[in-house]
Design a protein around this ligand. Sequence first.
Ligand code: GAL
Length: 965
Amino acid sequence: MTSTTRDTAYVEDRAPGRGRLAPRAALHSDAPSLALDGPWRFRLAAGLHDLSAGFEAPGFDDHTWDELPVPSCWQLNGFGAPAYTNVTYPFPVDPPHVPDENPTGEYRRAFTLPGPWPAASAVLRFEGVDSCFAVWLNGQRLGDGKGSRLPTEFDATGALRPGRNLLAVRVHQWSAGSYLEDQDMWWLSGIFRPVRLLARPAQRIDDVFVHADYDHTTGRGTLRVQTTGAAARLHVPALGLHDADPAGPHAFPAVVPWTAEQPHLYDGELVTAGERVRIRVGFRTVTVEDGRLQVNGRPLLLRGVNRHEWDPETGRTLSYATMRHDVLLMKRHNINAVRTSHYPPDSAFLDLCDELGLWVVDECDLETHGFEPVGWHANPSDDPRWQEAYLDRMSRTVERDKNHPSVIMWSLGNESGTGRNLAAMAAWTRRRDPSRLLHYEGDQDSGYVDVYSRMYADHAETELIGRGEEPATTDPALDAHRRALPFILCEYAHAMGNGPGGLAEYQRLFERYPRLQGGFVWEWIDHGIARRTADGRTRHAYGGDFGEPVHDGNFVADGLLFPDRTPSPGLIEYKKVIEPVTIDLDPAGESILIRNGHDFRDTGHLGFDWRAEDEGEPLAQGPLAVPVLRPGEHTLLPWPALPPAKDGERAFTVTARLARDEPWAGAGHDIAWGQAVSPPAPPPVRRRAPLSRQGADVLVGPGRFDAATGGLRAVGGLPLDRPVLDLWRAPTDNDRLGGREADGWQALGLHRLTTRLTGLDASGDALTVTTRVAPAGTDAAMHTTYRWRTDGSTLWLDLTVVPEGDWPGALPRIGLRTALPGWIDTVDWYGRGPGEAYRDTAAAARLGRHRHTVDALQTPYVRPQENGNRHQVRWARLTGAGGGLLVTGDPWYDLTARRWTAAELAAARHTTDLVPGDRVHLHLDAAHHGIGTASCGPGPLPEHELRARRTTLRLGFAPLDRPQA
Ligand code: GAL
């Protein structure tokens, strides 16, 4: 028996492991297996000095130990604590050494074999253990391994006993392998993916490599299946293959190819006397031709996301239901591609991508970003002593996932600098699997990859690359190679907090330049950890919430889904921007241009309908007959005949929906829409009613003003806080990080404006109030003129804001702030909606009538920040039990309504810090600064910047007696 305490050298050994079996494909076999998931005995040791001697012995007494479920991350089960860093290693950069404080989980699991082991041999398979582990069965050491998100198999045959068996596993949080696993995510440890004992029959199939090529010029499919182990026979009934030699090659004159849009799979089986292995064959061919990434002879446009595996309760342990939910959500939001950032996912996820249709960039479990802060000194990527570990990781990735038709590219890893070990990985992969392309963003020279890939290039640089005019790389030969490559943004549009802005503009570039083949938004889901407050509310923890000495705050919450998988406004926007059918309506009411932007699929699966609304009121609707369009085709149709518009605005909307159920969404699910809005009717000429006085008040129609200050106090019976100019918003993550615009606002004092009354005139039909609004310490100011008039029933405001002096940088907003009584609880509006929208995140907001409660207007970003804006509101009714207020825009304004102030919003660290007060705080804005994506990437495009300039806003206020139905 080995002593557990002495043999720990493997922890700091660069080698990937000992005693392991050769990597092979994830196979669906009918050979018996025993799932070893469930409760295990567990003890968390503080480090290697604290190990339990002899813990691997079957007779070891573990009755005082705790229990831990397998699979799980121990930090999410009450042992140790999660820690989040982006780039920085949470331990000294001292490769391959790790600190003595190395939390080590000791796991023990007894299991009983029901009868004699049903096979010649037995394999113990771990799908994922973070970060390094050693395994004993019945006291016999089977081996050790590293590579957290990769499978490891050990031969258990000699150690397995009839009846009761004892499996002991020691898992170290830190190891030499940790240097290769510096992905931007929580540091979590343990046996976090399933463990199984596999029966391996004498007549077994060890490995399978399915090669299924498609020739788009002839429609021909060619199938070759390489197997190792016992000689197997191949059956693919739908191809007429029965009891065939897998090696073939088998040619089929006409197969249905596999694409992400139509993921056709042929089910087959490999059979020996000892086992049957299921295979799913998807015929497709991936190439780069004429500088374009093509599948089956057609160029792709990748509408992708970067996906980390995340669940707010269980961390990186995901249920099948959660994985499936992710794929369904992606498909329902028009996403067609996923980069498995930055490690191979649970292989069941790839089965789902094959089945439901997503293009996959499968990334190896590799990142050494933490060497960047030390100038890449000693980066393992260029140190031959690490080469075995690099090749091991790549081969385990490729071998496990090689049979997935969805995988079209292998990615060597992420942010690992450059070096010969990466080149070696690429060379090995090219030899082993020439049928797929190679990706690695970190090598900008792109010498050993097949696509030119970048992250966070701004629009201008992306356009330059689209034109093929990017600056040359160092070596002319490499430059020539790179210029011939297709381009993708493997990460762009950082979805942290409110945003990302600028998606539509990226998409226009992708559509315009053939070399630009799309990209992958960063990222799919916020990695917030669910925590409960004392009163039972859930909040999502981020970096620093567990007392980590080094952390990167809420940078871990940068997804298109909230941690609980509710789509954020960013996902709704992305769905609209990437819709695979574009519908452009000419606002003059003449033509409808419909273009099929699918790469492979015609529009036969879609139905179209139209709807006309006048001022948001339904006018007419009906189906729209659209000829079936092949990919890339378009058609121009006339608008249906409509009655002439009454006074007011007409919106005409055409929607494309699924005509029939698809495996990922039901009939009727909307795919794409277009809307045209006729120009609004000119505002009616308003009669003017005179002002009057009542005690210390001036009355302007329903408006009651303080005669001394000119401040509005009430509209009808509704008291309100004096509306004042506001220039500040609770900084978004994009405002705070990157360009750090929010620091400038803070320095300038936009959050602490003061007012000086400079003029007050109540005469004739207008109350005119002028103020000078400015923060302390500067001579810059905003001269603000409020001109209040009435037509008798509505109080009309003409607001004019004129800047004086130097207002450097962008302003977050220009508008009015007021507050209403807290019993206001509902907002009905006519404007863009139903969701949140800002000027550069407004593609998905359509004109119509919408209704929300005040509470539902809030977007619960993990770290509170400006949110919930409703864009281009024509009018809004804010109502509650006591009546309400109608605010009309001329023509429109932006609206937020919330139960806390912007200052409270900015001060909150978690959603549960926001406590409703007794007022509903309203912002009625003339304009907002764009959102951009500066938390990682470019800020708002110039056309979406808000600068200090003369600004006007015209609003009408009228009391509402009781809530509108
Ligand atoms: C990239 C990196 C990602 C993530 C992102 C910012 O540089 O590849 O892992 O850190 O930035 O959220």
